[in-house]
Design a protein around this ligand. Sequence first.
Ligand SMILES: Cc1cc2nc3c(=O)[nH]c(=O)nc-3n(C[C@H](O)[C@H](O)[C@H](O)COP(=O)(O)OP(=O)(O)OC[C@H]3O[C@@H](n4cnc5c(N)ncnc54)[C@H](O)[C@@H]3O)c2cc1C
Length: 404
Amino acid sequence: MHVVIVGNGIAGVTAARHVRKADAEAHVTLVSDETATPFARTALMYVYMGVLTRSHTALYEERFWAENRIDRVVDRALALDPDRQRLALRNGGDLAYDRLLIATGSVPFLPDWPGAGLDGVQGLYHLQDLNRMEAATVEVERAAVVGGGLIGVELAEMLRTRGVDVTFLVREERYLPRVFSEAESALVADAIRAHGVDLRLGAEVDRVEGQGRAEAVVTADAERIPAGFVGVGTGVRPNVGWLGDAVEADRGVLVDAALRTSAANVWAAGDCAQLREPPVGARAVEPIWYTARLQGATAGLGMAGRPLAYAPGVFFNSAKFFDLEWQVYGATSTDGDDWEWTDGRRGLRIRHADGAVRGVSALGVRLRQAVCTQWVEEEWALDRALTDLDAARFDPEFAPALTL
Ligand SMILES: Cc1cc2nc3c(=O)[nH]c(=O)nc-3n(C[C@H](O)[C@H](O)[C@H](O)COP(=O)(O)OP(=O)(O)OC[C@H]3O[C@@H](n4cnc5c(N)ncnc54)[C@H](O)[C@@H]3O)c2cc1C
């Protein structure tokens, strides 16, 4: 059996590993147009910041690929023909498959501002973006970052570590209003400003100006902000354009509970997939690392003849805003009320509904995943969870107590 995986991000690589685990005989081919060595996309910022070298970001040691007999092909998939079970590659002709996984991730969304095509205006997604950013920021003293998501704040942090003055333009009136409470948005904004970033909330970009390369961003209220580099973090979209109508797609490639697409013997996983019926607590398209990894594992086992329903359990994610760490469990933005605590630097919020804990959001406080997951999974009452707070704290010996 020949299993072909398009995309060597965390979804594709995890799938390849699980095919091999379940089927010692399968011929596994991993195709990517980005790099031969799969790497941790989430670590790109640390390379720019000098904390990691590129080799530190490799997902596996080089010998892993030979030991697991996973062939790697650096090429671009141009089209899929599910009737003939063939994948057309830009340089390598056609590849025949018995089972195929679409794991082509996301593409960054770039707004069509006048001047968006100037040199020095870019997002950060692929390794090639990091290379371009390295080159584009060598002489830059002032930069702008646009878009208040997680990639925007990473771009701001990256530039600050190289001493670049950063103006951070966020359209919303407070930071991530669909995700954070007002108090949380304020904590995050303070953390960003504490690192010397000129964070402008409620700021809309009108255009980028420059001769050949970026020189300034002009806002909708006509302020001209000098910027030799403009980092764009205005979101990502599932990377499905190359598929034409080979499989049913909406925003992403539509998949059933076992991550099968509308085409026989074709699965999809990770950022590019869209669940037709998301399990409780999951979103149809969920462009995050843990989701891509778990979906990759599920699809890998499915392709090896061990179909499973994708079962993410209680949602978990973590991120950071400069040095303010954030953990989130379960549903923190759906219907319900909040119990909330803050000491002005850290914050803890428990969303509860119908008498039960639905989600937990922690800023600057490290919590134990097993404990918070249990609160949500077993629908603990809020009062019971509050008496369990000490058990939830990950490092109480190193951090000051939470005085409720
Ligand atoms: C800078 C950055 C920081 C992030 N930080 C976090 C974080 O802290 N936490 C978190 O949960 N998530 C984070 N994410 C999101 C996370 O990295 C993604 O959700 C995850 O990498 C998705 O994995 P994937 O395997 O689905 O796709 P990808 O990692 O996008 O991999 C897809 C691969 O397929 C290749 N490909 C695409 N089309 C083709 C084609 N036609 N032919 C051949 N190859 C193709 C791409 O080049 C790419 O190599 C971050 C993302 C970025 C960009």
